[in-house]
Design a binder for this molecule. Structure first.
Ligand code: S3P
Length: 177
């Protein structure tokens, strides 16, 4: 017996600014699991910040790195990971498949207004570096709606703290945690 029977890895998805990174870090620490942030792994592998990767190599290159990192996830023991994925990871069907194979996919959402407020000061989101970030956020949210529907569980984070969300996920996971 490994003690992991019925346990699942937790894969967090959702738009930029929905709190994936903060919630994943709390959940990992509370449950004694390994915390994985795909954006940070890509930055480490490339030796560059996300914005530099987009600038120097383009979005497709970044998406390829994302797919490469995600492809390693199903190889980890069930119940060992809490993964924060980048907000655009769900854009590729292949990534969505890998995420579903790797564990329970939890979608964090927030109202467009909350996302706009949370990202008001952001300087490291290359997709929002244009002159009208609020319009861009609304446009991307519309475009991506269908892709985010791959999730097993969806949680609205509007007006709630990362600690509250982590607690709700722990509750919902029950014996799978
Ligand atoms: C992106 C989201 C970012 C990062 C990159 C692209 C996206 O991650 O992967 O800037 O396409 O939505 P966060 O969701 O952690 O901000």
């Amino acid at each position: 017996m490994s003690g992991r029977e019925g346990k699942k890895n937790i894969i967090l998805t959702g738009f930029m600014g929905t709190g994936k990174t903060s919630v994943a870090a709390i959940l990992a620490s509370d449950s004694g699991r390994c915390y994985v942030d795909t954006d940070r792994l890509i930055e480490e592998a490339c030796g560059l910040k996300i914005s530099q990767i987009f600038e120097q190599y383009g979005e497709e290159f970044f998406r390829d790195q994302e797919t490469e990192i995600l492809s390693t996830l199903p190889g980890y023991p069930p119940g060992s990971l809490v993964v924060a994925t980048g907000g655009g990871a769900v854009l590729r069907g292949k990534n969505r498949e890998i995420m579903q194979k790797a564990g329970i996919v939890i979608l964090l959402t927030a109202s467009p207004q909350a996302i706009i407020e949370r990202l008001a000061e952001t300087t490291d989101r290359p997709l929002l570096s244009g002159p009208q970030p609020a319009e861009k956020i609304n446009e991307l949210l519309q475009e991506r709606k269908g892709c985010y529907s791959v999730c097993d569980i969806s949680i609205d984070t509007t007006g709630r703290s990362p600690e509250e969300i982590a607690m709700e996920i722990s509750f919902l996971m029950g014996d799978m945690l």
